[in-house]
Design a protein around this ligand. Structure first.
Ligand SMILES: Nc1nc2c(ncn2[C@@H]2O[C@H](COP(=O)(O)OP(=O)(O)OP(=O)(O)O)[C@@H](O)[C@H]2O)c(=O)[nH]1
Ligand SMILES: [Mg+2]
Length: 278
């Protein structure tokens, strides 16, 4: 490295330092990493009382809030959630479906970052740090991917794999994306992008809507590998043909939808705003 470059990179970045949050705003996640944004976790849950202890046991201690969206459960979902986490925020969804539940949960969040995970024990809260890590280092929207290297699924049957692969291929072709997964319930994003996502769908097409709108708006989308387990107790609410058809109609409908406007990063510098020293 030439002496000039060394000198240049050693300069303190005054403009960045000026916008750094004060020390007390940082939450340590590991001995090597502390972040200033707060993290909300949204969990849609319909009759998942038996699974909640497993799900909550994987959630990291540094989460700012858990928002559980109850889908008119007829079991003890809400009571179990309150017993396990007395500080939990419960949102009762008004309508029906996972999309409707997530929209209600997102609207109730107070964190800077929103992570969505399932309540059936299939998604592991210990992966949240990877989603958050990608966001604080530059991503706007982070997709969990079961097909990325290091990811996987115990839950995908042959027909679901085939359906997901056809629908994903269609999205990549139409919207110019390079997604390796499409219909997966583990995702995270900066809360300021909620306007871009502008959720207005009811069912399991919700992840497709989010993925397409993020791409159309030009958000920086990263994928992180994720390992999906089979649900622990209870039965799936997904109906492959019905919901696959809904996803297909969504892919076509979104094509004609106007491109949403992105809200840019505020002046407070995160590493995302760090343009580098050179
Ligand atoms: N609040 C609410 N949650 C829902 C609704 N439908 C599904 N969920 C939750 O959304 C998550 C995903 O639903 P699942 O039934 O597991 O569907 P899936 O993961 O696509 O299907 P499987 O792979 O078979 O488990 C779970 O936490 C459900 O409890 C709903 O109408 N309202
Ligand atoms: Mg599931």
């Amino acid at each position: 490295m030439s002496p000039e470059i060394t000198k240049h990179t050693m300069k303190p970045q005054i403009s960045t330092l000026r916008h750094m949050p004060t020390f007390d705003r940082y939450t340590p996640l590991t001995p090597n990493l502390a972040i200033s944004p707060t993290v909300s976790v949204v969990i849609p849950a319909m009759n998942e009382a038996e699974n909640l202890p497993h799900v909550f046991a994987t959630l990291p201690h540094w989460i700012h809030e858990i928002v559980l969206v109850d889908g008119h459960s007829t079991d003890d979902t809400v009571a179990v959630a309150r017993r396990l986490r007395p500080g939990i925020r419960i949102v009762q969804q008004r309508g029906k479906g996972k999309g409707d539940a997530l929209a209600a949960g997102f609207a109730a969040c107070t964190g800077d970052i929103i992570v969505m995970i399932d309540a059936d024990g299939s998604t592991d809260g210990r992966e949240i740090i990877q989603f958050v890590g990608a966001l604080v280092t530059g991503a706007d929207f982070v997709k969990g991917s079961r097909y990325a290297s290091g990811g996987g699924s115990d839950d995908l049957t042959f027909s679901r794999r085939l359906g997901n692969s056809i629908l994903r291929g269609l999205v990549n072709k139409i919207y110019g994306t390079k997604y390796t997964d499409l219909c997966y319930g583990y995702n995270a994003f900066w809360a300021r992008h909620l306007d871009v996502l502008d959720l207005d769908c009811d069912g399991f097409e919700v992840e497709t809507v989010m993925n397409i709108r993020a791409a159309k708006a030009g958000l920086k989308v990263h994928e992180v590998p994720s390992r999906e387990r089979s649900r622990i107790h209870g039965e799936s609410n997904l109906r492959a043909v019905r919901d696959g058809w809904r996803v297909l109609k969504t892919i076509m409908r979104e094509w004609r939808r106007p491109v949403p406007q992105v809200r840019h990063e505020p002046a407070t510098a995160t590493p995302a705003a760090d343009q580098g020293a050179a």
